[in-house]
Design a protein around this ligand. Structure first.
Ligand SMILES: C[S@@+](CC[C@H](N)C(=O)[O-])C[C@H]1O[C@@H](n2cnc3c(N)ncnc32)[C@H](O)[C@@H]1O
Length: 204
């Protein structure tokens, strides 16, 4: 079972993923913003949950909320489950959930590795499994704010050439719109050591 899109671009680097987060981004701050702004009463899916850090933090703050993670990497699924985070393993194809199953879907640093076609496929799948009126929070790199951030963003792309560059080039809003999300807002933007991180809040 190999994962076509490992967290750091190459499978042998996956065990270092949490170190990369620790070195590169203010992880707790980024995740806390989302936890403060999601609807705590809605069932939530974290698409591409990785090592489960977001869901673990969410579970500690909102223990009553119904949550699930989904990931294509058996290593990530094992690490998440060790943290008692409920995670589904899935290999490919349509997402293994019924239409309208979740009120909130979150996804952070997952779409950075997808092609345009894959991005559109997963945006549409996420729209399908969301209830009408539900919210999709996309967290990813976006257009750099200032020259230093631009240099850092380029450096990351140079270190990990498997990144698609769609976020920094500003393409997420148009692709989300193509997938049927009618409202795409930028409620959060923060400079990090690896580039400028954004959350896009999407409705349909
Ligand atoms: C860079 S990591 C981000 C992990 C986590 N979201 C976080 O914020 O730390 C990207 C994750 O997406 C997963 N992934 C890649 N393709 C996927 C897919 N088609 N469906 C679900 N997860 C996927 C990878 O296995 C990896 O765990």
């Amino acid at each position: 079972m190999s994962n076509p899109h490992p967290a750091l671009g190459y499978s042998f680097l996956t065990p270092a993923y949490e170190w990369a987060l620790w070195l590169g981004v203010p992880e707790r701050k980024i995740r806390s913003y989302l936890i403060e702004h999601i609807d705590a009463h809605q069932p939530l899916l974290d698409f591409g949950c990785g090592t489960g850090n977001f869901l673990q933090q969410l579970q500690q703050i909102n223990p009553q909320q119904s949550i699930r993670g989904l990931d294509t990497d058996p290593y990530m699924v094992r690490v998440s489950r060790r943290k008692s985070v409920p995670v589904d393993y899935y290999a490919s194809g349509p997402l293994p959930y019924a239409a309208g199953r979740f009120g909130t879907v979150t996804s952070t640093w997952v779409f950075e590795h997808f092609s345009v076609e894959e991005s559109l496929f997963y945006f549409r799948e996420i729209r399908r499994i969301l209830q009408p009126g539900g919210t999709f929070w996309l967290g990813d790199w976006g257009p750099s704010q200032g020259p230093m951030q631009r240099v850092l963003g380029r450096l990351v792309h140079w270190i990990d050439p498997t990144q698609n560059g769609l976020g920094p080039a500003g393409h997420w809003p148009e692709l989300l719109a193509q997938a049927g999300f009618s409202t795409v807002l930028i409620p959060y933007r923060i400079p990090t050591r690896l580039g400028t991180f954004y959350y896009w809040k999407c409705h349909f």
